[in-house]
Design a protein around this ligand. Structure first.
Ligand SMILES: [Zn+2]
Length: 166
């Protein structure tokens, strides 16, 4: 309850499409994206790119929000390759983050509040029986190495006696 109330107030006056944590994450990715070279495939909508760089080239589809590195699909935030392609088409990567990474979702998360609860002494008493705890089944005790050796020796002795008798 405390953390919900705290988080609600924390970013109440924050302006930006993404919350600070997501924003700085994306900034790092954008910075890294400068090392990659986007090459347009020639498609009609200007959405498919081959992204050249080390260790290997990647393929980005801005229309489908996918990259062969799979970062975008997994995190819902454009990867370095996608950011390289987006800067090529002059689009803001923030607009390509999934809605659950945005401030709107953050605000929606902390929109509700929990009902405060008084101490247990003030709780209403039930007229019904208290629930009974289930019976505890005890596990067979595990033997120590020494006990195991003794047991094996005894078993062997019994076997030997049987052999002698027959
Ligand atoms: Zn990628």
């Amino acid at each position: 309850m405390r953390s919900i109330a705290k988080n609600k107030v924390k970013l109440a006056n924050y302006i930006g499409k993404l919350p600070p944590v997501q924003h700085s994450r994306l900034q790092k990715i954008r910075k890294e994206s400068g090392k990659w070279l986007p090459i347009w495939s020639g498609d009609e909508h200007y959405e498919r790119f081959e992204i050249h760089g080390w260790p290997t080239n990647m393929v980005v589809d801005l229309g489908k929000s996918i990259c062969t590195c799979r970062f975008w699909q997994i995190t819902s935030m454009p990867c370095v390759h996608a950011c390289a392609a987006l800067s090529r088409v002059n689009k803001d990567p923030e607009d390509f983050c999934h809605k659950w990474l945005t401030m709107d979702s953050y605000k929606a998360t902390y929109l509700h509040s929990l009902n405060p609860i008084p101490g247990e002494a003030l709780w209403e008493k039930s007229v019904y029986l208290k629930p009974l705890a289930p019976k505890v089944k005890r596990k067979p005790e595990t033997l120590t190495k020494k006990e195991e050796k003794m047991l094996m020796r005894n078993l062997q002795e019994v076997k030997n006696k049987k052999v002698q008798l027959s």
